[in-house]
Design a protein around this ligand. Sequence first.
Ligand code: NAD
Length: 447
Amino acid sequence: MSKLNSYNPATGEFIGDVPVTPEKAVTEIVRKAHEAQHSWGDLPVEERIDVLKKAASELQKESQKIALLLSKEMGKDIRRSYGEVAGCAGSVEYVANQVKDAIKPISCYGGQSVIEYNPLGVCAIIYPWNYPVSMAHWMLIPALTAGNAVILKPSEETPLVALAYVNVMNRVLPENLLQIVFGDEKQGKMLVKSDVDFIGFTGSMSAGRDIMSQAGRNLKPVIMELGGKDPCIVLEDADIDSAARFAVSNSIENAGQMCISTERVFVDYRIADKFIDKLKEYLMYFKVGSYTDPQANVGPIINEKQRNNILRHIDDAISKGAQVAGGSMDHPENFINPLILTGITDDMLVAKEETFGPLVCVTTFENIEDAIASANGTDYGLGGVVFGGYDAEYVASKLDVGMAGINTGAGGGGDTPWVGDKMSGVGYHGSPDGHRQFTQVKVINRA
Ligand code: NAD
């Protein structure tokens, strides 16, 4: 049986391995999941929530240990890893109760007809490495609360943290209700073709296209949470300090490896000099380094392929006239230093493709309509942010995005969906409508 090796992205050091799941085993895993789902789906939702609350408390107990492994395997600093794991554990009860409310039967037509929200059966959740606990967890909790079994297919970059997470949850969950398939794209494809009832995918646009076309053959429902090219538009009357603070931190967070990362900044030319000075000031707060360095808050890039892609974007921008206005081009091995690049134009790769690196890419504009047109000029439409006063609402209304932020980040509070427009997503999770994506709607009509 072949192994999937895991490496520390800051050093390249081997940290462990897991067995790759063979094709035959995938069929058996799915069969067992269906079996486990029957009794789980028959439980009243309140009992399912009680079990999930116990699993959350186990996760909370282990959150420091899992966070350490997360940092070692994925690279982000301990504070961020701990926030991710403990945040997931802490949200279970709230989310599960929102799901319970969303899937309550609805009585229609004076009670003669009822809409039920029943479990789908077995949900496959295929996800990336950049938030290796929350990307599983955000779909797992609604899926389980709604009465489904779940099979996780974590990224090949972060199998160990996935295993640790599943083992802790499985201290409490019934046998085979939550299982895991290890491997890369090949195992992902096997799972998509298997007898699962739903596919929840978070990852790149290209993989999303492939998965959706495969799922379409068997008419399987999907949720697709894909990449982004988020703009941040800074208007003349913006609070320059808070706009610059946001632009830097949201471009560099998680070393830029975040779907909702700010990938382009458009600033009104009348305030551009002051704004860029502020960007430089805030850039000083960021330091690359391994999680073992307590001063570091920008981790390594996940792998060489992704690092080379960021370097290609930087080289392309500079060759087409961009200037390095802040940061050092002397990138340490396995890392990319945060950079401020100015003079970005629409023909550059950083303006078109998802960079997924710690770059603050700045363009100045004279006319708001031009900034909006450039911001919308990509296939992506996940999030977008505007800083400003008088025209800010107007700009937000014109951005082709699933989530728009006005003088703050994109992504709503409370039980709002996580949703992309255009090729950044299909369907969504979160919110009553999102929770119902994990159910089969059934109408009962009585005489
Ligand atoms: P990826 O698409 O390469 O891989 C994601 C997962 O899909 C992995 O588990 C991988 O093994 C599997 N996979 C890849 N190709 C597949 C296929 N054809 N069939 C089945 N499974 C397949 O993405 P990645 O590099 O791991 O993650 C980065 C991407 O994820 C970025 O584009 C980022 O924007 C996106 N992302 C989106 C969100 C969101 O909520 N919208 C959140 C996080 C990351």
